[in-house]
Design a protein around this ligand. Structure first.
Ligand code: UDP
Ligand code: MN
Length: 301
């Protein structure tokens, strides 16, 4: 999908998980902010693939139609019901929930936080590439530029992600790091691997469909072994999976520059990591997508 293969008239396929909005006016507002930010900055038509439920879909369609009229960019919405996808890939989800959620009922325990890693199994075969974006993001450049990164993927790369910008995996790997003094895992970006953040995910669905290596990771045995090796008990859903498998299979992942997912969450700063926090958090390149994770606020423009 080089520059020459991506014309300005092509629909850009964007995945958005938008579900459980009942009684959650904030989430609807976040969806509006995200979609408005995309339409404001591009001339490319947008195809939104919405992982949703009945109520959330109605709200999204309403908001989307209004924004489409305001910005004069064509927008298509295709719904995928979270319940149906979760049912189709329920075995994978339950394997991952066991390792990557704090406890049943915890915020990140819901199936919605694991859908991305198995989405390619449920996606229509006509869909070749998709970029998933969290609703708590705001795009401040032409989103089309992001799709050009697919052409930078190496042969074995199937998914593109930016690094996590907090020491959360330093924390998760506490025991492992105490035994392995020089490990890059859980270290800051400069010369370590801080893990991945899943707020923005580039997925080459065709490569995922044919990757024997990636498919082999969606197994209880493999994840049990990896989790034991790294003493890894996660709590952040899909990004724990990408991070843990990224230790041993880095060739699967394209590292997207940090400005494409400028996380804003400072929760870890005052949880014993004051000294190192900035080395994780720094991303000096001009932000292209802000990610107001852990309910942070966007900066003023
Ligand atoms: N999400 C959703 N309904 C919910 C919670 C989350 O649709 O009730 C989706 C939404 O797209 C959100 C994403 O899941 O952006 C990931 O959750 P969140 O952004 O809250 O996690 P964080 O980035 O703060 O870790
Ligand atoms: Mn988020």
């Amino acid at each position: 999908l080089g520059e020459n293969l991506l014309s300005e008239k092509d629909y850009l396929d964007i995945g958005i998980i938008f579900t459980k909005i009942t009684g959650n006016g904030v989430l609807k507002h976040k969806y509006q902010t995200l979609v408005r930010s995309i339409l404001k900055n591009t001339r490319s038509p947008i195809h939104i693939h919405l992982i949703t439920d009945d109520q959330s879909l109605l709200a999204a369609q309403h908001v989307t139609r209004i924004l489409e009229n305001q910005h004069r960019v064509p927008v298509k919405v295709t719904p995928y019901f979270l319940q149906d996808i979760a049912q189709q890939v329920k075995d994978v989800i339950s394997i991952m929930q066991a390792h990557f959620s704090a406890k049943p009922g915890a915020y990140y325990a819901d199936a919605l936080f694991f859908i991305s890693l198995a989405f390619y199994k449920a996606a229509p075969s006509t869909l070749k590439k998709i970029v998933f974006i969290d609703v708590d993001c705001k795009v401040v450049t032409d989103i089309r530029e992001l799709f050009l990164h697919f052409s930078q993927f190496q042969k074995d790369n199937v998914i593109g992600l930016t690094h996590e910008l907090t020491p959360v995996y330093r924390h998760v790997l506490h025991t492992y790091r105490a035994k392995h003094n020089n490990t890059p895992f859980g270290g800051p970006r400069k010369n370590g691997f801080p893990g991945f953040n899943s707020g923005v995910i580039l997925m080459d669905l065709d490569k995922l469909r044919s990757s024997v290596e990636y498919a082999s990771l969606l197994s209880k045995t493999v994840i049990d072994v990896l989790a034991a090796k790294y003493n890894f008990k996660g709590h952040l859903g899909d990004q724990d999976f990408f991070t843990l498998t990224g230790f041993e299979y880095p060739e699967l992942y394209y590292v997207l520059p940090c400005e494409w997912n400028r996380q804003l969450c400072r929760w870890w700063e005052h949880r014993g990591y004051e000294e190192v926090f900035e080395s994780y958090f720094e991303c000096s390149d001009k932000t292209k997508i802000y990610h107001a994770n852990c309910n942070s606020e966007f900066p003023d423009f």
